[in-house]
Write a protein that binds this ligand. Structure first.
Ligand code: KG4
Ligand code: ZN
Length: 342
């Protein structure tokens, strides 16, 4: 008889999430309460507001996840929680809730890495055959490539040297006056624009190393949108709706070119038959098209996280089953780690 499902909790940034995942990795429920509306007027996540909102929402979200899955605490096998990386105050809310429930319900606790969980979203969606693979986590905080021999091991083989891809989308949205969160609004604006209208750099794209840089691209968009302070005699065209759409489309095309180009390199370097892609930016339509083309060209299988598993959610923390099966549990006094754990 297989063990009962586990309850997973995720609160690393500005999404309060809980999910119930069965031992066969099927998602019995996945509840995500987005705080986007709270942070919108600040144009980015305000950590203190995020922590407070998590405190208010965490128990209702957990209750809803259990009710939707039609399970009671006595049915559960374990409590899983994302402990790193993320905003420390945000992480603490989920981790404190998880520890408390584990103690009260007498269940083992499992610590989950947020980035590995983003990759595991592909395992949830595509099954065990998703491995071995080459993986990309492309989110608001990270742009990392991994070599994944199996569902548990992931060796970091490349990353951004400055901004994460999602961060670049968010910053470009802000300078174009588009609403938060930036990724979806840049994508939406880009639909009405010409991706070839504004010539933009593809930093590091033709260099042989597995690294990307988005800060130069973001600056190029800033200069094209608002004028280059180094050549004030050349004024930027007025920033009307048409121009904003062209800038959004041109930026998106440059970012996608760079990401797709480096996925090509990562596939070559690892020789893996599958490309896994997870994280918030994996929801981007242009990126999904670019990666689909790349994988068709290379004869590689593309396992990109389905939309609902791209942006932060707790179903991806079903990764905890891998720990459960190995008997790897976390002590009740385990800590959160805001930084990246390799
Ligand atoms: O994985 P995620 O929810 O949180 C982190 O772990 O960072 O990713 C959030 C990031 C944000 O930067 C957001 O702007 C970006 O993902 N994003 C997108 C899209 N949807 C979300 N970027 C581009 N296009 C999208 N459709
Ligand atoms: Zn994330």
């Amino acid at each position: 008889r297989s063990p009962g499902p586990l309850l997973a909790i995720e609160s690393s940034c500005d999404e309060t999430a809980a999910a119930v995942i069965a031992a066969d990795r099927s998602v019995l429920s996945s509840v995500v309460s987005s705080q986007a509306a709270l942070h919108e007027r600040f144009g980015g996540v305000v950590p203190e507001i995020a922590s407070r909102a998590h405190v208010e929402r965490i128990l209702p979200v957990i209750r809803e996840a259990l009710a939707e899955a039609n399970v009671t605490p006595t049915d559960l096998s374990a409590i899983a929680v994302v402990t790193h990386p993320g905003l420390v105050g945000s992480l603490l809310v989920g981790v404190t809730a998880a520890k408390t429930l584990a103690a009260v319900w007498d269940l083992p606790l499992i610590a989950v890495d947020h980035l590995r969980a983003h990759l595991y979203a592909c395992r949830i969606a595509y099954g065990e055959e998703a491995f071995p693979a080459c993986g990309l986590v492309v989110s608001g905080g990270h742009t990392n490539w991994y070599d994944c021999p199996d569902a548990v091991r992931a060796t970091l083989i490349g990353s951004t040297i400055d901004d994460a891809a999602g961060e670049a989308f968010d910053k470009v949205a802000r300078l174009l006056g588009l609403p938060y969160p930036g990724g979806p609004s840049v994508q939406q604006a880009a639909e009405h624009g010409d991706p070839t209208a504004v010539p933009l750099p593809r930093p590091m794209m033709n260099r042989p190393e597995l690294a990307v840089s988005f800060s130069g691209l973001k600056t190029a968009v800033r200069y094209a949108a608002l004028g280059n302070p180094n050549s004030p005699e050349v004024p930027a065209p007025p920033l009307g709706e048409r121009r904003i759409a062209d800038l959004a489309a041109s930026f998106q095309a440059a970012a996608v070119d760079v990401l797709v180009g480096k996925c090509d390199l990562a596939l070559k370097q690892t020789g893996r038959p599958t490309l896994l892609v997870g994280g918030g930016v994996a929801a981007n339509r242009a990126l999904r098209v670019g990666l689909t083309d790349l994988c068709e060209r290379r004869g590689v299988r593309l396992c990109i996280a389905p939309m609902e598993l791209c942006v932060d959610n707790a179903a991806m923390a079903g990764l905890a089953w891998e720990s459960f099966e190995r008997g790897e549990f976390a002590p009740l006094d385990c800590d959160v780690t805001p930084g990246l754990v390799r």
